[in-house]
Design a protein around this ligand. Structure first.
Ligand code: PGA
Length: 271
């Protein structure tokens, strides 16, 4: 299992030429750190251009594409939506689903997410499912309840006794622990509580997927990760990657974070 460094560009940058420049710099950093898997998640509209360039002209190793969302239907009258298969066809291997900004601003619910996760898996995309508590829930000691509820509802039927589609079709999604209060605030969750949450997520996934080995799940941390604090999470040995927002828009920062991850052996995982 390679350590994942996922860059969520969100609604940035503002033009295709800037996106090209950013991608060039990030691709060069990925080339230098091939023992880490970089995944770039640009706005939809840039994906085919950048993925096309990388596949046919630039070919950066160690770099894959993801999108920031997808729709659950395969085709039809759904104005403004983009299917998982279209993303796959445009060069994506991953899709971020359930980011807190989508849950908060765009009415994403556990029910819609559940449909999206199944659609993504069926189309051959690997979902990166985001879960995490908000500040109020944290202060009320509800973190584990929130994580359990989100995982159980978002992954209903993805594995287990009564799947809507054959379970052989499904891979296990990547999960990102993203405490909402830590996203874009500069107030990162310390490595120790982040690791506890990740271990809790691991326990829930092990039960939901009825797996023997909890180490098989790939679980990331996201929320104000930067070049300085990245080392603390990698050193825990139990966190298998990062989901970066701001840090993915600065190629130097992104490169430093990849280097830190690549230089440190996370116990039990091949980096
Ligand atoms: P941040 O964002 O790194 O800017 O805190 C993380 C995220 O949105 O996943």
């Amino acid at each position: 299992m390679k350590f994942l460094v996922v860059g969520n560009w969100k609604m940035n940058p503002q033009s295709l030429s800037e996106a090209n420049r950013l991608f060039d710099s990030v691709g060069a950093e990925a080339e230098k750190n091939k023992n880490v898997q970089a995944i770039i998640c640009p706005p939809f509209i840039y994906i085919p251009v950048l993925a096309g360039l990388s596949a046919f002209a630039k070919g950066y190793d160690g770099l894959a594409f993801g999108s920031q969302d997808c729709f659950w239907e395969e085709k039809g009258a759904f104005t403004g939506e983009i299917s998982a298969a279209m993303l796959k066809d445009s060069g994506c291997e991953y899709v971020i689903l359930g980011h807190s900004e989508r849950r908060r601003y765009f009415g994403e619910t556990d029910e819609t997410l559940n449909k999206k996760i199944k659609a993504a898996l069926l189309a051959g995309l690997k979902p990166i499912l985001c879960v995490g508590e908000n500040d109020e829930q944290r202060k009320n000691g509800k973190t584990e309840d929130v994580l359990r509820n989100q995982l159980e509802n978002d992954l209903k039927g993805v594995s287990g006794p009564n799947p809507q589609v054959p379970s052989s079709k499904f891979q296990v999604p990547v999960v990102a622990y993203e405490p909402v209060w830590a996203i874009g605030t500069g107030n990162a969750c310390e490595p120790k509580p982040a690791l506890s949450a990740v271990l809790f997520i691991r326990k829930i996934l092990t039960r939901l997927f009825n797996r023997q080995n909890p180490e098989n799940f790939q679980i990331l941390y996201g929320g104000s990760v930067n070049a300085k604090n990245a080392v603390g999470y990698v050193k825990t040995g139990g966190i298998n990657g990062f989901l970066l927002g701001g840090g993915s828009l600065d190629p130097k920062e992104f490169g430093e974070i990849m280097k830190t991850a690549g230089n440190l052996k996370s116990a039990g995982f091949e980096l």
